[in-house]
Design a protein around this ligand. Structure first.
Ligand code: NAD
Length: 451
């Protein structure tokens, strides 16, 4: 007699292999998709920009991020990872949806939540089974309540769903490493079901989990970024005072950082913070505070100090060259920090703008970010030229500016640099050189918060 197999019981996402959809495959989404696949999950990434999906399917990240391409190729090959152009299909096929779309700054400082709202509506329209919607984008506290309201307003059925917050803490330049070696994973949930699913997704990192309610998780992200920005502005303010005295900000920072209550990180004086997170997250938190009647004057000052860094730096260039018109100035580093091609809110953008106003001739070099910068400042000979190496940029220059602390600049052959520059003047916005050594080689040298 033929044995009939029992018909397979329909299992819920917390029991079977979880299928994850990642919506928005930018810096965070692509890393999230690739790393979740690396953890062994079945992942589909999707984005509104077709080219990003075409490139991802071809195993080529559209961003520069160390280690990403290798893991992307590996997981595509293993079949753990796929990319769809179709958002609706992604939503319908996935059990868990990680929302990784941008939340950029509006002119008044608020976070623009229209992409999150748009995705929430599409989720509502495609709610074909229980879904867990995970906010990975950085969002203002109380966003989950809005997402739930939007889904309830636009859905066509009474399918169950949960919203959770799982803010992302990766740092561009070490994003893959950060994702796979987290200090902490914050999970904001309001149902046991959501908690169980997220615990399963992050099973490899159980000891790193901090489970909170959703408001708390949302606020942890804004509070963390604002605190780090505050540390940077604090040391930059001290650096302003160092410049008026004989104190050396690097040593002040070292002395402070030896206190374990303070710690040495984020105490580098320089051109201030940039990037797609700190400036907008500080302003978003100021705004959230205003909306809720909490005065974040402290963070307004953090922002003001940060904006002042560009003027202080440009003043140093003027101090060295007096008149900038027709001077050839080499800018080394365009990305907002090393090991990334991201130029969003990079100090280089404001500096280029200031130098263009003064009609200087600019020679630009960056190991990864030149293609992005060309979209903002197209090449125009002889005023603005992109160079193939730092040496090409410095050739015949009246001054060289260090704007991003790429290791390649730390390792420059300074004897060679001196021999090719018209005037051996270095203005170091990131304090990468030892003043005594550089001056001993014959340079005129300016840095931040040090004599
Ligand atoms: P990004 O601009 O690189 O990526 C966002 C992606 O979302 C883009 O590729 C965009 O095309 C896509 N997108 C927009 N609307 C969409 C839609 N309706 N459907 C599908 N895709 C859509 O931004 P990012 O740097 O990855 O940041 C994303 C979020 O993560 C932001 O909230 C940011 O604050 C936060 N975050 C960023 C970092 C970081 O270092 N970049 C770190 C932690 C958190």
């Amino acid at each position: 007699m033929r044995q009939t197999k029992p018909s397979p019981k329909k299992s819920s996402p917390e029991e079977e292999k979880i299928k994850i959809g990642v919506i928005g495959t930018g810096y965070v989404g692509l890393v999230t998709a690739v790393c979740l696949a690396e953890l062994g999950h079945q992942v589909i990434g999707t984005d509104v920009v077709r080219e990003k999906i075409d490139l991802a399917l071809a195993g080529k990240p559209h961003i520069y991020e160390p280690g990403l391409e290798e893991l992307l190729k590996k997981n595509l090959k293993k079949g753990h990872l796929n990319f769809y152009h179709d958002l609706d299909k992604t939503i319908r096929e996935a059990d868990v949806l990680f929302v990784c779309v941008s939340t950029p700054q509006l002119p008044d400082g608020r976070a623009d939540m229209s992409y999150v709202e748009g995705v929430s509506r599409r989720i509502a329209e495609n709610l074909n089974a229980y879904k867990l919607i995970v906010e990975k984008s950085t969002v203002p506290v109380r966003t989950s309540a809005w997402i739930k309201r939007v889904i309830n307003l636009y859905r066509h059925n009474d399918q169950d769903f949960d919203v959770a917050s799982n803010p992302e803490f990766l740092r561009e330049g070490s994003a893959v490493h950060d994702f796979l070696h987290p200090d902490r994973i914050i999970i904001g949930v309001e149902s046991k079901r959501a908690e169980k699913i997220l615990r399963k997704i992050y099973a490899r990192f159980t000891e790193k989990l901090l489970v909170t309610n959703i408001d708390t998780a949302e606020l942890i992200k804004h509070a963390s970024n604002s605190f780090l920005a505050m540390k940077i502005s604090f040391i930059n303010l001290i650096s302003e005072l160092c410049e008026k005295t004989e104190a050396d900000v690097e040593l002040v920072a070292r002395g402070m950082g030896l206190d374990p209550r303070i710690g040495p990180q984020f105490l580098r004086a320089g051109l201030g913070y940039g990037g797609s997170c700190f400036p907008k997250d500080v302003r978003a938190l100021i705004h959230i505070g205003e909306e809720m009647g909490v005065d974040f004057g402290l963070l307004k000052e953090v922002d003001r100090i940060n904006l002042r860094r560009i003027r202080i730096f440009v003043d140093k260039i003027k101090q060295a060259l007096w008149i900038l018109r027709d001077k050839k100035i080499a800018l080394l580093g365009l990305s907002f920090k090393p090991e990334t091609d991201d130029i969003r809110n990079a100090p280089s953008i404001a500096i280029i703008g200031e130098l263009q106003k003064e009609r200087a001739y600019l020679r630009l070099y960056d190991p990864q970010a030149m293609e992005n910068m060309k979209k903002l400042f197209p090449e125009k000979e002889p005023e603005l030229v992109y160079c193939q190496s730092p040496y090409q940029a410095l050739e015949g220059a009246n001054a060289g500016l260090i704007i991003t602390e790429w290791p390649e600049f730390v390792d420059l052959d300074l004897n060679r640099v001196k021999s090719i520059m018209s005037n051996p003047i270095l203005i170091d916005g990131r304090n990468i050189f030892d003043p005594a050594k550089v001056r001993a080689l014959g340079f005129e040298y300016y840095s931040m918060g040090r004599k």
